[in-house]
Design a protein around this ligand. Structure first.
Ligand code: UT7
Length: 329
């Protein structure tokens, strides 16, 4: 991309469920310990939807904040993209439910499924809409409510995930700012490292599928871990090269929040200082598509992320999918 492509993130917002589940709460549910979870993942607590909280409801709260900060009314949005693996229901899309909640009736709306890389895939699609002139403003939401599809009897997975939503408004920024480069990847041959066996059209819900707990997330954690440490570093270096930069130019890294050990490894390999790397996994666990927009929103609110900063964004997830982007904030 050259310097005239100036689509980027205009504003951010987030919404988190009120319910909190600490490692000590989990000690009462499965055979685990606060010590193990903290040492192996960095997670201390996570937010969990309760009562009538939903993915579309969290998305609407996050989106309203982002729209207000952008100074836009819902009617000015041309496209709504919701990155999620946990839609409110199979049909219709959560993006359409969100459109209705916001009253964004001039927008087209669709969901995008790319596991935990969903937000970055949405960013990649959204900036291309804007740079091509097909849209002026896009509302991109990363939302996941994983708690209903986590197996609360499986200590290998249930300690890792949390629920939340992050939203951004995309539009043209002044020259020099915006997303300078982005590149997404996938490798479907690794689909069975992280998946939900039942509930789709090949294996609809039956008494047997429920009894076999086949509607819950299954994961080969070690293999995903090995994959993640490689692609986190390689994909950042690739997008840096695409815009003629190196890791030394980065001010801030906003990585997917799946495991603090993965984040620390990437930070070390990219020779970044810990204070340059955005981390909130201790408070929220892995919120899948919501992880990056929420950590960006917090960094903006805390004044860590400022106009002019060069930011690296990187993620990986089910698919397997992965990708990275470089933004001049
Ligand atoms: O967005 C993408 C989503 N997924 C990921 O990013 C996952 C990437 N993978 C990981 O983060 C790590 O592989 C995990 C955190 C999932 C697991 O950490 P690990 O260091 O790879 O542990 P492990 O799977 O090798 O298990 C080590 C031991 C095992 O016991 P034995 O066989 O050595 O006796 C596990 O049974 O830890 C045990 N274990 C636990 N112990 C206490 C696994 N989960 C737990 C637990 N509490 N929650």
């Amino acid at each position: 991309m050259n310097k005239t492509n100036t689509a980027g993130i205009i504003s951010t917002g987030k919404a988190l469920p009120v319910g909190k589940l600490t490692n000590f709460d989990l000690e009462k549910i499965v055979d685990t310990s606060d010590e193990w979870i903290k040492a192996r993942t960095g997670i201390e607590e996570r937010r969990i939807i309760t009562g009538n909280e939903t993915a579309s409801g969290l998305a609407a709260r996050a989106a309203s904040i982002a729209l207000e900060r952008a100074g836009l009314s819902p009617a000015e949005i041309d496209v709504i993209i919701v990155a999620t693996v946990t839609p409110d229901q199979t049909l219709p899309s959560t993006a359409c439910l969100l459109q209705d909640k916001l009253g964004a009736f001039n927008a087209s709306a669709f969901d995008l499924v790319a596991g935990c890389t969903g937000f970055l895939y949405g960013l990649d699609v959204g900036i291309r809409y804007i740079n091509s002139g097909a849209a002026r403003y896009i509302l991109l939401v990363g939302v996941d409510t994983l708690s209903p599809i986590v197996d609360w009897q499986d200590r290998n997975t249930c300690v890792l995930f949390g629920d939340g939503a992050g939203a951004v408004v995309l539009g043209k920024l002044e020259e020099g700012r915006g997303v300078l480069a982005s590149k997404m990847y996938s490798d479907g041959s690794k689909a069975n490292l992280l998946y939900v066996p039942a509930g789709g059209s090949t294996r609809p819900a039956t008494r047997q599928s429920v009894e076999e707990r086949a509607h819950y997330i299954k994961m080969n954690g070690q293999e995903v871990f090995k994959f993640a440490v490689t692609v986190m570093v390689d994909s950042v270096q690739e997008v840096l090269a695409l815009c003629g930069k190196t890791a030394a130019d980065l001010d801030i890294l906003a990585p997917h929040q799946a495991n603090l050990r993965i984040i620390n490894f990437a930070c070390k390999r990219l020779k970044m200082q810990p204070e340059q790397v955005l981390v909130n996994i201790h408070r929220y666990g892995n919120m899948s598509s919501a992880a990056i927009p929420v950590v960006l929103d917090e960094a903006v609110e805390e004044g860590k992320l400022k106009v002019g900063h060069l930011v690296g964004l990187v993620s990986f997830g089910a698919g397997l999918t992965w990708g990275a982007a470089i933004a001049q904030w």
